[in-house]
Design a protein around this ligand. Sequence first.
Ligand SMILES: *[C@@H]1O[C@H](CO)[C@@H](O)[C@H](O)[C@H]1NC(C)=O
Ligand SMILES: *[C@@H]1O[C@H](CO)[C@@H](O)[C@H](O)[C@H]1NC(C)=O
Length: 504
Amino acid sequence: MAATPSFSSSSSASSSLMSYLLGFSVFLTLFLSSLEKGFAVEENQLLHQHAHTVELNSLLPATSCSPSSSAKGHDNKEPTSSSTVLKVVHKHGPCSGIKKNKSKIPTHAQILNQDQARVDSIHSRVNTKKSPSAATVDKLRPSAETKIPAQSGSVVGSGNYIVSVGLGSPKKMLSLIFDTGSDLTWTQCRPCAKSCYKQKEPIFDPATSSSYVNISCSSATCSELVSGTGNTPGCSSSTCIYGIQYGDQSFSVGFFGKERLSLTPTDIFDGFLFGCGQNNQGLFGGAAGLLGLGRDKISIIEQSALKYNRFFSYCLPSKSSATGYLSFGKGGGSSGAVKFTPLSDVSQGGSFYGLDVVGISVGGKKLPISGTIFSSSGTIIDSGTVITRLPPTAYKALRDAFQQGMKSYPSAPALSILDTCYDFSNADTVTFPKISFEFGGRTTLELDPTGIFYAASADQVCLAFAANADDSDIGIFGNVQQKRVQVVYDVAGGKIGFAPAGCP
Ligand SMILES: *[C@@H]1O[C@H](CO)[C@@H](O)[C@H](O)[C@H]1NC(C)=O
Ligand SMILES: *[C@@H]1O[C@H](CO)[C@@H](O)[C@H](O)[C@H]1NC(C)=O
């Protein structure tokens, strides 16, 4: 019996020790777990603050058009009814209405290679005015009797987004690629003396329009083509001949004419200068031609300056299945959400809109890139370049920081110019670092989650940035990075503005 109490007492002592220890360990566990939770909460907040988590599907290409998202926008940042608003759709997307010949839809690698051709052409135009090869000039020859444009700078690329405008009397609706990187507006014209490619709408016929007028070779207007196209105009039966070629080898040659342009039923411009193309070839994806939104005198921005005072804005939709807008004029004024940065001039690149990039942040951390890297290369914003191009020094810093934040995902093979790709095929949601650009005037733009990747498929989703060949080549802020951003061009006010989530 004696042993029992002692045992019992020792047991009770040990049990109290046990319970003390147990209690302590429970306390410790609770303490640690609460600490961990605390860390976890903090980490989640950090993740939430400096990373995006989105459904994989939202990053992948769409196959059907969802027209619910209209040109009028979907929130309070939409342009007001007093400005002129056109609907913007992707040229290869299901909303373009362009019938697809499957064998002609470009692959992702082809799209990216064309994009590089456009960029090469921008670089050769801005850095050095290279003269064209004889072969290029030959291609511009519309017919034997027509004088060819003798001298050429290269005007760039064909862009990716289309808008619909009315041309002629009575007006015919035409889908045009809109391009902030070039100036001349043109459309294919009957009788297509040399060649027209297939387009969605009937080809414009000046003979059936009562308002079409040819520009004569001797008029001062004809010589405006030199700066607007980079080519000296030609002359055929005293009619002024334009020729324009793009970085991807596309071109258009034809009569330089004047015509009634109807942006909307109420916004009508008589005597609008445009190219009536008789020899057209290239990657225009079934669009009838091109709408030039550059800074030169013959661009639509300058030709409509009396009415809109060189003010326009657009929003490129995040998916090819959605619609964005292109709007002319200030309307009710821009919303308070738009933050502006000074518009900078680009030497030799008269038609380009210059941006003053001063820094980039990834995952909330500013990249260690010397400001002179950006200031010595310069940067333009371009609606027609797909992938943003950075000085190699800046690109490496961006890629390294981005890869740090993406360690948990398996990598995937490179895609053309894109070297940082991931396999998301086993993921329902994807978490990735936020990226923001800092511009002069302390303006910061956080890219939309849809403005960071270029997705070929779920198992090959690539960081949508590329390096220039050299730190001295001009940087280009491309259209993937502009997705869903309301981009406001106040040319008269000398500034460009950005607001997030301007369209679906
Ligand atoms: C599609 O394009 C190919 C190659 O250019 C051509 O041979 C074919 O006839 C086209 N098909 C249709 C239906 O237009
Ligand atoms: C414009 O000029 C071309 C070439 O000289 C000519 O064939 C065409 O009929 C002219 N069109 C008009 C409306 O004058």
